[in-house]
Design a protein. Structure first.
Ligand code: NAG
Ligand code: NAG
Ligand code: NAG
Ligand code: NAG
Ligand code: NAG
Ligand code: ZN
Length: 518
């Protein structure tokens, strides 16, 4: 493997040193495996030894579990939940932040997507963007991310995103995107597969981090790739038993395919490897049923699907096979709490409207805060086939979030699940532990082992320099976008225009502007 021409931020390996943390006196949103349901424990204790939760109880933990090095943390007045799980993200895009506040999916493909951005970002840009993006997520209480890593435009940019994931200390399912990049020289799938094997064979790369290697591939349909290429991707995934396989599925008039049946035909939907279909927009009843049969999940990314317009018209019909994701955090919220809240109220609206359309009055509420909480936590774990993620239970991985129960928005809370899902904001996340290690503490991100020089300030400086460079290039590259009347080649449907609203009185007062400078 080639040495990269940029410096990873943390030269020192993540510390593998043992740690033990006891949270005392908090309200814990635990998971009862026997009842298959959340269980709230008030005035409880939560003990972490190394990377695992070893005790969750109403009183003190058994003394035999305590260690000499156990750090006791007063959690009185706090709410402790599992970390949130983001099942779809592209961490490298952080440097595009605010550039696309009013974009659409068609414009995205031409300006910001994996093919449009090839050549725009160096390995350094990918590394520091990925790191800053993960810190944003950690700050907001996300502890696990399935990263559809389509920053693989060269061996160097691919490796940079992986190294940043490892350095972040978060639990990243880093899914290398195999795609044919028409650069000079072209960067093609066979070379990427060889590179993936080299990364997987590098025993020092992942160190003791919770990051693992997965596969992302968006060409499962016979029309989108050769059988040889698809078979090579499947052979790689199965022979290396990767931690996850993921793909973008956007059906309906978008015609971006990767249907569950195409994945089944390619031989990847029904192995022991978890498969996560992002969006699943316009999934049919048959598609959803197939996912149930093979127990694979969709990552619903509500804010993305509303912002860009892929939409999610049927997604409230298969929430039993769904988890939540953020997708392109450069355009909107990078946290899962926002997604859970947005989706909860969307599902409610849709199901209320069905009653109102009959000119009847809904008497009950169609979706509960508890269900939104499960989508944001445990269902993410199930999507990754990880019973030990997204729950607070003995034996689960120690990925937990401590919420400031005395924050103004939460004050007076009774139901801790409702407090988090409907009242808290990411600013109320006081601490975050991943794999038994502090990743946010007293409202501040912990960089590396927390003892390294520069800390978050150094990351910030390095990221902002990169973002200015990348943004200037992107703004100056005025890539053409499809216009009304064009035919979208993936589906044969026409490109149309959305009606725009007007917040100023009068006709044609205009769309207004966005505020960007090159
Ligand atoms: C990328 O990595 C693969 C696997 O190590 C290697 O075969 C290939 O030559 C590398 N590409 C370049 C341009 O170095
Ligand atoms: C493994 O990856 C690390 C980090 O990129 C690199 O320094 C090292 O040379 C690699 N080892 C091998 C055997 O390729
Ligand atoms: C693949 O790895 C998972 C754990 O990540 C393990 O449970 C499973 O048994 C492995 N499957 C095969 C076929 O080795
Ligand atoms: C999935 O594989 C199992 C055996 O491993 C088989 O019984 C089942 O029919 C398969 N499901 C589908 C939808 O092909
Ligand atoms: C976004 O807004 C700008 C004006 O500020 C406009 O030029 C551009 O066409 C808009 N983009 C879309 C996709 O609507
Ligand atoms: Zn995506």
């Amino acid at each position: 493997m080639r040495t990269s021409h940029y410096l990873p931020f943390l030269a020192a390996p993540l510390l593998a040193e043992a740690s033990s943390i006891l949270f005392n006196g908090g309200t814990i949103v635990a998971f009862n495996r026997n009842k298959n349901a959340l269980e709230v424990i008030r005035d409880g204790s939560l003990l972490i030894n190394d990377d695992r939760i070893v005790s969750v109880s109403a009183g003190a933990p058994s003394a035999s579990l305590l260690r000499k090095d156990t750090e006791v943390v007063d959690a009185k007045g706090k709410i402790i939940t599992p970390g949130f799980i983001d099942t779809h993200k592209h961490g490298w895009q952080t440097s595009f932040k605010t550039l696309a506040s009013n974009t659409s999916l068609l414009e995205y493909f031409s300006r910001y997507g994996e093919f449009a951005a090839a050549g725009l970002l160096t390995a350094e840009d990918v590394y520091i963007g990925q790191l800053a993006g993960i810190y944003e997520a950690l700050h907001g209480g996300v502890t696990t991310i399935l990263d559809h890593a389509h920053h693989a435009w060269s061996n160097q940019t691919a490796e940079a995103g992986l190294l940043a994931s490892v350095d972040s200390g978060a639990r990243i399912f880093w899914a290398y995107a195999f795609h044919n990049i028409p650069s000079t020289p072209p960067y093609l799938v066979p070379e990427q597969l060889a590179h993936f094997r080299a990364l997987a064979g590098n025993t020092t790369l992942l160190r003791s981090s919770p990051t693992s290697l997965g596969v992302a591939y968006d060409a499962w349909d016979p029309a989108a790739s050769t059988a040889t290429e698809r078979q090579a991707v499947v052979a790689l995934a199965t022979s290396l038993n990767v931690s996850v396989v993921t793909t973008h599925t956007v059906l309906g008039p978008w015609g971006l395919t990767n249907t569950p049946s195409a994945l089944l035909a390619a031989g990847i939907l029904n192995t022991s490897i978890p498969v996560v279909l992002s969006h699943g927009s316009f999934l049919s009843p048959t598609d959803a049923q197939l996912l149930r049969t093979v127990n694979q999940y969709v990552s619903v990314t509500p804010e993305s699907e509303f912002h860009y317009g892929h939409s999610n018209p049927t997604s409230h019909r298969f929430l039993d096979q769904a988890a939540l994701g953020v997708d392109t955090h450069f355009t909107y919220s990078g946290d899962i709490l926002s997604q859970a809240r947005l989706w909860l109220q969307t599902a409610r609206l849709r199901l209320y409207e069905a009653v109102l359309e009959r000119w009847e009055l809904p008497v009950n509420n169609p979706m509960s805060a508890t269900q939104a909480f499960l989508l944001a936590t445990r269902n993410g774990g199930l999507a990754l086939r990880r019973e030990d993620l997204g729950v607070i239970a003995v034996g689960a991985k120690a990925d937990v979030v401590v919420w400031d129960g005395d924050a103004p928005a939460l004050l007076g809370w009774n139901d801790p699940v409702a407090a988090v899902i409907l009242h808290a904001s990411v600013g109320d996340v006081e601490s975050v532990v991943v794999d038994g290690k502090w990743r946010k503490r007293d409202f501040k991100i912990v960089v590396g082992d927390g003892k390294g020089k520069g800390g978050y300030e150094a990351v910030k400086k390095r990221f902002v320099e990169s973002a200015r460079r990348v943004q200037k290039k992107l703004i100056e590259t005025k890539s053409p976008v499809p216009v009304k009347g064009d035919v979208w080649p993936y589906s044969g449907y026409l490109v149309g225009e959305a009606e725009t609203v007007d917040v100023l009185r009068g006709e044609g007062t205009g769309y207004g502007t966005t505020f960007l400078k090159a």
